[in-house]
Write a protein that binds this ligand. Sequence first.
Ligand code: IMP
Ligand code: MG
Length: 191
Amino acid sequence: MFPQLERILIDRSKIAERVAQMGAEIGEDFAQRLDAEGVDGRIEDRVVIVPIMAGAMVFTADLIRHIPLKLRLEMLAVSSYPGTATRSKGATLASELKSDLTGKHVLIVDDILDSGRTLRLVRDLLDERGAASIRAAVLLDKQGVDRVPPPDGHVFAEYKGFEIPDAFVVGYGLDYDGCYRNLPDIGVLRT
Ligand code: IMP
Ligand code: MG
C-alpha cells in the first residue's frame, strides 16, 4: 500500500468484478435500445462514450472492454478541483466536443459523483447536441454530500458502481493535486 493512504476502501479485485458487471449491464441496455430501432449495435456506429478526463481514464479503459458494441470515444475535460482543493469549486468545461452526436446513444463516464456539478454541466451540454439518448455511469457515488439539482428529467447517473462515505479518495484514476491516479486500489488519503 502507498504510504500516503490511510486505508483502502475498495480493492482492485472488487473494482474489477464490479466494472465487469457494469459493462455487461450497459452493453445489454444499449443493445436493447438499438434493437428496438432495428439497429445491430455490434455493426452500426451509434454509440459514443464520453469519458470525463482525466479522472475517468482508468475506469473507462476497463469498462469499455466489457461493452461488446461498436463504439467510439469522445473525451471531455472538466475542471472542478484546482490544485489541492478537496471540495468542488464549480465545474467548468476545459475542452470542446469534436464529433456530431446527432442520433447517437451517449454514455458519459466519470470516476465519482460528488456535488453533481460535473454531470449536470456535461449532460446539459450533450442535450444541446442532438444525442438520441444520454446516460451516465460513475464508479463511485459519494453519500451524504450537498448536491446541485439533477439535470431536467434525469437522474445524475443511471449506472453506479459503489456508494462510498464522504471522504476524499484517490486511486484508480482519482487524484489529489494531480497525483495518485496510478494506484490500483481506491483509498482514503492520509491527512
Ligand atoms: P462533482 O462535480 O462535485 O460531482 O465532482 C465530480 C468531480 O470531482 C469528479 O469528476 C472528480 O474528478 C472530482 N472528485 C470528487 N470527489 C473526489 C474525491 O474524493 N477524490 C478525487 N476526486 C474527486
Ligand atoms: Mg473529474
